[in-house]
Ligand binder design. Structure first.
Ligand code: CP
Ligand code: NVA
Length: 308
């Protein structure tokens, strides 16, 4: 069963195939209205469930559109409106949904919900974000980097801010795609050590540098994300802001990176908090390419999952 649960759980050759396939599919659609069906219809006859237990704009719209372009159909389900949100077990939900649909994409809180869904589903399951990781986003980000700068292998990626779920998938990707990664943030918001150690064990350099200017030195890509994620308690908001303010990505910080360094943010952003408008709308920013590439990368992921 081809579940897409995390980048570190997927074979590097398969990941490479998905990125290249996504680029080919993107090129084939250039200039077409968004609703035009793809020339081939690999998902014809397939039904996909998209389950959201947290808000979403990009994941929801890009998965829905991608399935439709490939000839499939979708059901967008809100966790709170399902029996899942009212006491039915994840295992039973997985078994029931597997009788109705050909693939399940789920955005949820605890990683265990995703893993239990995958364990009991008899159809492929895709991770659309958990508190712990966000693999579809980083597949789009790798695709976006390579579209602009060529192979990401051997490049230096610098993360400024919270050691969150998006960072974790960058750490997975560092090991699988072979790029170096520096985390720069306050010690209180460090990522789990295991993410760093696993990437190091795959032969890449993974560092923690508390000084963001030093961290950015020689960077090919600078990345940040919101200071308060959807699963973070709002009561910690002010404390997080105070701790993370020194790690804001602004023009001064970007000046330490390579002159052609790209800037990425998965969005949604809190403008002028984690990154300034000047950086987000500046010449090195590729934030809207990342958003677009969610569509193409996920189409390749869906096809891999369904052998379609
Ligand atoms: N980047 C991302 O996953 O965005 P949404 O929360 O809008 O899906
Ligand atoms: N870290 C963010 C990413 C949103 C796409 C969150 O989990 O809220």
């Amino acid at each position: 069963m081809n579940h897409f649960l995390d980048i570190n759980k997927t074979d590097p050759a398969d990941l490479r195939h998905m990125i290249d396939h996504a680029s080919t599919m993107k090129a084939a659609r250039q200039g077409l209205p968004k609703g035009t069906p793809d020339a081939d219809q690999p998902l014809a006859g397939h039904m996909v469930a998209l389950i959201f237990e947290k808000p979403s704009t990009r994941t929801r719209v890009s998965f829905d559109l991608g399935v439709r372009q490939m000839g499939g159909q979708t059901m967008v389900l809100s966790g709170s409106e399902m029996q899942l949100g009212h006491g039915e077990t994840i295992a039973d939900t997985a078994r029931v949904l597997s009788r109705y649909v050909d693939l399940i994409m789920i955005r949820t809180f605890e990683e265990d919900v995703l893993l239990e869904m995958a364990e009991h589903a008899t159809v492929p399951v895709i991770n659309g974000l958990t508190n712990r990781t966000h693999p579809c986003q980083i597949m789009a980000d790798v695709m976006t980097f390579e579209e602009h700068r060529g192979p990401i292998n051997g490049k230096k990626v610098v993360w400024c801010g919270d050691g969150n779920n998006v960072f974790a998938s960058f750490a997975h990707a560092a090991g699988q795609f072979g790029f170096d990664l520096t985390f720069s943030g306050p010690p209180t918001l460090d990522p789990e050590r295991g993410f760093l150690e696993e990437a190091r064990a795959k032969g890449v350099t993974v560092e923690i540098e508390r000084d963001p200017a030093k961290a950015a030195d020689g960077a090919d890509l600078v990345v940040t994300d919101t200071w308060v994620s959807m699963h973070d308690s709002q009561t910690a908001r002010e404390r997080r802001h105070n701790q993370l303010r020194p790690y804001q990505v602004n023009a001064e910080l970007m000046a330490h990176a390579k002159p052609d360094a790209l800037f990425m943010h998965c969005l949604p952003a809190h403008r002028n908090e984690e990154a300034t408008d000047a950086v987000m709308d500046g010449p090195n920013s590729v934030i809207f390419d990342e958003a677009e590439n969610r569509l193409h990368a996920q189409k390749a992921i869906l096809r891999w999952c369904l052998n379609a």
